[in-house]
Design a protein around this ligand. Structure first.
Ligand code: BDR
Ligand code: CA
Length: 307
């Protein structure tokens, strides 16, 4: 079967790196582009981190630099969780700059969508700024997007607000544009990443497996101040695993929208499963994950990465 064409839009990011690494070793995916966006750290860092990761993995995928700030709001970084550089905890080699395109991320995404002979899947692991700019500037490409698989939002509590998840809350207007776009969306929210955790034994197994496993394990040991005993929350890797093994997840159709004005709940994803708001359903929301199978499959994939 022909590999599925994929664009990854991301703000690496420790868990972004752990997600991208496994996707780049999956033969059924043809990753055409890694687009950076400002999020966990600033755009220079997220772009450089994408290049560092590719150099380490010896994977030749073009990188395009994206938005340097949210649509309307100021940047707020997550260096507490990811370190000052955004990928703290592992010494990466000097990044090869030849993977970096001169073309901006939004234009690269547009070009790939336009040129593709089939529909393209977009996987987002960061704020939705680039994607909102893409669909507002070039609405005609919406029909070339098979699906947006998004790590973002929450069906329960948040992590940057009481109900606000980081990727959505950093640029809530962008997320609102994306949810209202009419493009098929799968939302893999915080609550899934909080359930799907790697254990200390999983990290040890990764360390024994080789260079890539050691890289992922080292990053996770410094992630979020390092709370390995509680299990490592797999936010972005959950979206990656949904793309590759959707049968590990349960989804439910819903209408999802984003709160953009209330100071108490800014960035909250309002998930209406039952039609209470009388709106058309616009997303498949992940509501459960088979944690044991997820752990086993993620560790197997990561342990088998050759670089
Ligand atoms: C999301 O925020 C970022 O810090 C992580 O990389 C993940 O994409 C979780 O809220
Ligand atoms: Ca991320």
């Amino acid at each position: 079967m022909k590999p599925r064409i994929v664009i990854i839009d991301t703000d690496p990011g420790i868990d972004d790196a752990a997600a991208i690494a496994v996707m780049l070793s999956e033969p059924s995916l043809d990753v055409k582009l890694i687009a950076s966006v400002s999020g966990n750290v600033g755009i220079e860092h997220t772009t450089n981190n994408a290049l560092k990761l590719l150099t380490f993995l010896k994977k030749d995928v073009p990188v395009a630099k994206g938005a340097a700030a949210p649509l309307l709001r100021d940047n707020r970084f997550a260096t507490n969780a990811h370190g000052q550089s955004g990928m703290g905890g592992f010494e990466f080699p000097e990044p090869k700059k030849e993977f970096l395109l001169e073309e901006n991320a939004v234009l690269s995404e547009y070009r790939i969508l336009k040129e593709a002979g089939e529909k393209v899947t977009i996987l987002t692991l960061g704020p939705l700024t680039n994607i909102a700019l893409l669909i507002q500037t070039f609405p005609e490409v919406k029909e070339k997007i098979e699906e947006i698989i998004m790590m973002g939002g929450s069906t329960e509590r948040g992590n940057i607000g009481i109900y606000g998840e980081f990727n959505v809350t950093i640029d809530p207007e962008a997320a609102k544009i994306v949810f209202r776009s009419g493009i098929p969306i799968t939302m893999v929210g915080l609550d899934i990443g909080r359930k799907a955790r790697l254990t200390a034994e999983d990290l040890e197994e990764l360390e024994k497996s080789g260079e890539a496993g050691t890289m992922i394990s080292s990053l996770f040991r410094s992630y979020d101040g390092g709370h390995v005993e509680e299990g490592v929350k797999m936010y972005d890797p959950s979206a990656a695993m949904y793309l590759m093994e959707p049968e590990l997840f349960e989804t439910k159709e819903a209408f999802v929208d984003v709160e953009i004005s209330s100071p108490l709940t800014i960035g909250a994803t309002v998930v209406d499963y039952d039609g209470t708001l009388s709106e058309t359903k616009n997303a498949a929301v992940c509501v459960d994950v088979d944690v044991e199978r997820f752990r086993r499959r993620y560790v197997e994939r990561a342990a088998n990465i050759k670089c």
